[in-house]
Design a binder for this molecule. Structure first.
Ligand SMILES: [Zn+2]
Length: 439
């Protein structure tokens, strides 16, 4: 990682330079889309948290081993997901199936039930630590106390919920709105204050909040539709910081739909935002140091990026008209001749990686090449070696390759491109083997 992006100062490998840019003024696409994006850096975490993430003591190692449980214990929102637990040996892997939801409950717990997540910051605050340990009794009490103090000192959501608790002492008939709108320029300011992220309004039906706002009531009976749990919209600017409290102890903004490119013409996509965020720069990047929580974070963000791409397909169906014709013929070919159902389906185009049309297109391409050039001569399986020096040299502190999936993925991709270049351009297997299919 000897190269530094001239725009965002990300540390990059030489082979990641954007084609056509000069070495003296190297441009990279993966980090900041060649200087088109600027996102404020995350603040250096409080010393207590930084020590636990970096030191090599038994206490710090225990924390890193259980960082997901500590985060969950202090989070305001819960993660709703079906986790696939791998029983085989090997490095820690976080796998999910199905949809991912971030959920937040009403301010008061259900009658007879213990408070959890955001409710712990409001209800029965004299026994805050004991209430946390009810859900995770195995956690080290000493570390949890320290982290709870950090949250009280610097997290703006704690101040918001404490204020709500004060109001609740005299009046339970109010709405707590966690706003999604950001008034400041998202390219310069990242640190919200308590008054910017929330509004407390008297009454239970006083305003028409934005669809993305999170509106909380004291009890589910106050909710217009009687809901106890609310799903947080993934385009809400606090979607990440309400759950990943140990990664964003100051409540920094995650991706939302109002962040713009530097030229103000286009909006920053979720993929662009998180690519920028995951790059290694000279400052302390808490996300890259968080081990198992980093695994969960990147899987969660990938689900968000995929959801954004699916939403694009959903809302741009008319622009995928040629695919719709295909959908019509697909339906008739499969025996679905009921006119009422044809045309109501959502079409996933072949450009959506992993969709049936994409796989079908790959298959047809592969068969066309076999028809023209004959059967394959060489079948290569190319796997990643976590001990490659490029990966080991880029690790931070006492990390292992299993802690840095971003590095292994990037190095694997670079080496795969080199292999393809060797086969197709350099023709290392001979002139007759110059066409290849890979997946
Ligand atoms: Zn850059």
């Amino acid at each position: 990682m000897d190269n530094v992006c001239s725009h965002c100062s990300a540390h990059m490998w030489k082979h990641e330079i954007h084609k056509g840019s000069l070495n003296l003024n190297a441009k990279f696409s993966t980090c900041c889309s060649q200087g088109k994006i600027t996102i404020p850096a995350l603040l250096t975490p409080p010393e207590t948290l930084k020590t636990l993430l970096t030191e090599n003591t038994t206490r710090a190692k225990y924390f890193r081993q259980n960082i997901r449980a500590f985060n969950s214990s202090l989070a305001f929102s819960s993660l709703g997901v079906k986790e696939d637990i791998l029983k085989s040996r090997g490095p820690y892997t976080f796998r999910i199936s199905g949809s991912v939801y971030h959920r937040i409950g009403q301010l008061f717990p259900e009658p007879g039930k213990a408070p959890k997540f955001a409710q712990i910051y409001i209800y029965d605050t004299d026994n805050e630590l004991a209430n946390r340990l009810l859900w995770n009794s195995d956690l080290d009490e000493d570390i949890l106390t320290d982290l709870q103090t950090v949250m009280h000192e610097c997290n703006p959501f704690v101040h918001t919920f404490k204020h709500a608790a004060d109001v609740m002492k005299t009046n339970e008939n109010f709405q707590l709105i966690l706003t999604s709108d950001t008034t400041k320029d998202s390219r310069r300011y990242n640190l919200p204050t308590s008054s910017e992220i929330s509004v407390i309004l008297p009454g239970t039906n006083t305003t028409e909040p934005s669809k993305r706002d999170i509106v909380l009531y004291c009890r589910s009976t106050n909710h217009p539709e009687g809901h106890n749990i609310i799903h947080i919209n993934e385009t809400h600017s606090k979607y990440d910081s309400l759950h990943y409290v140990l990664l964003f102890p100051f409540g920094e903004d995650g991706w939302h739909i109002d962040i713009k490119h530097n030229d103000n013409k286009r909006k920053v996509s979720a993929m662009e935002f998180y690519s920028y965020r995951l790059m290694q720069r000279s400052d302390f990047n808490i996300i890259l140091k968080s081990g198992r929580l980093f695994h969960q974070y990147i899987v969660d963000q990938f689900a968000k990026i995929e959801q954004e791409r699916l939403n694009y397909c959903l809302y741009h169906q008319h622009e995928l008209r040629s695919e719709l014709y295909q959908g019509l013929s697909d339906a008739i070919n499969s025996g679905d001749v009921d006119g009422a159902t044809v045309g109501k389906k959502i079409i996933l185009p072949s450009s959506f990686t992993g969709s049936p049309r994409c796989m079908h297109q790959f298959y047809q391409d592969a068969m066309s090449i076999v028809r023209k050039f004959g059967k394959p001569d060489v079948f290569i399986t190319f796997t990643c070696n976590p001990n490659w020096p490029e990966i080991k040299n880029a690790l931070l502190g006492n990390q292992t390759p299993a802690d840095r999936l971003d590095l292994t993925a990037r190095v694997f991709h670079l080496k795969l491109k080199n292999l393809l270049n060797d086969i197709v351009q350099q023709q290392i297997f001979g002139k007759n083997i110059g066409t290849c299919i890979y997946s």
